[in-house]
Design a binder for this molecule. Structure first.
Ligand code: MN
Length: 412
C-alpha cells in the first residue's frame, strides 16, 4: 500500500474530501472510517495505534454511529481532519509501518447508517419544485401557498425507516383512489402503490445542540451543521394524494427515506459555497441573512432497470434552493425547539428551472403524462426491479470532491 495508490482512481473521495462513515468487514465489527480513493481508513484502529493521542480521550470511533465523535465539536473535527490529511498525503514511517492494519478496500466493506438519527425534518425549499407541485395538485389556484415566501415550510418525518445505500425497498401498500363517482364521492381500494417516486434532496446532519427554549440565529447556524449527505425521499404519490389534505405527508412518505453512507464534512464543502437566489419577498428579521449562500453541488439521478438498461433521468443543483440551510435552522428553532446531534434536515426536492433538472418523477413526467426514456425502456414511475442511483459532485478550478453513490432497488 502506497500513498499514490490511495489517491488514484476515484475523483469523489479525494484528499480534499475525507468524508466520515460507518463500515464493517467480514472480520471487523461496525466502526467509523474515512474514505480516501477506493479505500477506507479505520479510525478505531488509528485510535488504538495512539494516532489521536492528546486530541481524543476515548475511542469514539469503535462504535456503530458517529454521534459521540460529532459531539466532540468543530474544533476537534478540524484537528482530526488536518491530521488525516497529513497522514494520507505524504509517506511517513508511521504510514509505512501500519497502513496494512488500518486501510481496507471499499469493495470489501459493508456500509451502515452513519449516525443514530433522533429526528428527521423534511423541508420544501425549492421554489421550482413547490411551484410545479402546486400547478399539478391545485391547478386553479396560485402555484405557491401564501405563506411559502415568508418561511421555509417543512414537516416532521420518520427516522425509523431511514436506510442507506444497497438496502432494497419494498413497494408500499395503502389506500388509493380507484375512481371519483359522479356525486363526488371517492371509491377507495387497498393496493400496492402504482406511482412510486423519488425526491432528489440533500440531508444536513446536525452537529451541535441548542437548549430547549432557545433559538439559533442565521449568523450562527453553520456551526450546527456537521456535514451533508445525499437524501432520497421515496414517495408513493397515489397514497400521498388521498391522505395529503389537509394534514400533510404520512404513509405516502414514511416507508423509506434513504441517505448516502458518507457524510461530507462542512469543512470540505465550504469551498463550494455560491450566492443563493435573491428572495423576492422581504422576510422577518430572524430569517434575514447578511450573505446568502448555497452549496454548488451537482446531483445526478439515474435509473437502472431489471433488464440492465441504464439512463440519466435528471441532473440538478442545490445552488437553486430558495431557502438556505441557515434559514431552515433559524426557523426550526425560532419557537425554542431543540436540535440534537444526529438529527437530519432534508432540503426538500431540489428542482431546477429546466425540465431535465426536475427532482422527482412526478415533475419529470408531469404526473405520469409524459414518459421518460431509460435506455430502450420507458418510465413514468418506478417499476419493481428498478435501481435508483443518486450521485453528486462539486468542482471548481482547483479541486473536485463527490458524494459517491446512493443505490436502492425496488422490490415487489
Ligand atoms: Mn421530500
Amino acid at each position: 500500500m502506497t500513498i499514490q495508490e490511495l489517491n488514484q482512481n476515484n475523483d469523489h473521495f479525494t484528499i480534499h474530501n475525507l468524508p466520515y462513515g460507518v463500515f464493517s468487514t467480514p472480520t471487523k465489527s461496525a466502526r467509523a472510517g474515512v474514505a480516501i480513493g477506493n479505500y477506507i481508513v479505520d479510525l478505531a484502529k488509528l485510535f488504538e495505534l495512539n494516532f489521536f493521542d492528546g486530541i481524543i480521550a476515548t475511542n469514539v470511533f469503535a462504535q456503530d454511529a458517529l454521534n459521540d465523535f460529532i459531539a466532540l465539536g468543530k474544533h476537534t473535527h478540524l484537528i482530526v481532519r488536518q491530521k488525516l490529511q497529513t497522514l494520507l498525503k505524504e509517506e511517513s514511517p508511521f504510514f509505512q509501518e501500519y497502513a496494512s492494519n488500518f486501510i481496507y478496500k471499499q469493495c470489501e466493506a459493508k456500509m451502515h447508517l452513519p449516525v443514530r438519527i433522533g429526528d428527521y425534518t423534511d423541508f420544501y425549499s425549492s421554489e421550482e419544485h413547490a411551484s410545479n407541485v402546486g400547478k399539478m395538485f391545485r391547478p386553479n389556484a396560485a402555484p405557491l401557498m401564501p405563506n411559502w415566501k415568508h418561511m421555509p415550510i417543512a414537516y416532521h418525518g420518520r427516522s425509523s425507516s431511514i436506510i442507506t445505500t444497497n438496502t432494497n425497498i419494498k413497494r408500499p401498500n395503502g389506500q388509493i383512489i380507484k375512481s371519483i363517482l359522479e356525486d363526488g364521492t371517492h371509491e377507495i381500494i387497498y393496493s400496492a402503490s402504482k406511482t412510486l417516486d423519488i425526491e432528489i434532496e440533500l440531508g444536513f446532519i446536525i452537529g451541535k445542540e441548542n437548549q430547549l427554549g432557545t433559538s439559533i440565529n442565521t449568523g450562527d447556524a453553520t456551526d450546527y451543521i456537521f456535514g451533508v449527505v445525499l437524501l432520497n425521499d421515496f414517495s408513493a404519490r397515489d397514497i400521498q394524494r388521498w391522505e395529503y389534505q389537509p394534514l400533510g405527508p404520512f404513509l405516502g412518505k414514511n416507508f423509506a427515506t434513504s441517505i448516502s453512507p458518507w457524510i461530507i464534512p462542512y469543512e470540505a464543502l465550504k469551498e463550494f459555497l455560491v450566492d443563493a437566489p435573491t428572495q423576492s419577498t422581504e422576510v422577518l428579521p430572524y430569517l434575514q441573512e447578511q450573505n446568502r449562500k448555497n452549496f454548488d453541488i451537482e446531483i445526478t439521478f439515474e435509473i437502472e432497470t431489471k433488464e440492465k438498461q441504464k439512463g440519466i433521468a435528471a441532473v440538478t443543483n442545490s445552488k437553486y434552493l430558495y431557502w438556505t440551510a441557515e434559514q431552515q435552522i433559524a426557523h426550526h428553532t425560532v419557537n425554542g425547539c431543540n436540535l440534537r446531534i444526529g438529527d437530519i434536515f432534508g432540503t426538500g426536492t431540489i428542482s431546477g428551472k429546466e425540465k431535465n433538472s426536475f427532482g422527482s418523477l412526478l415533475e419529470l413526467t408531469w404526473n405520469g403524462k409524459e414518459k421518460i426514456k431509460i435506455g430502450n425502456e420507458e418510465r413514468t414511475f418506478l417499476q419493481d426491479g428498478d435501481t435508483v442511483i443518486l450521485s453528486a459532485v462539486c468542482k471548481n478550478e482547483k479541486i473536485k470532491i463527490g458524494f459517491g453513490e446512493l443505490r436502492n432497488m425496488i422490490m415487489e
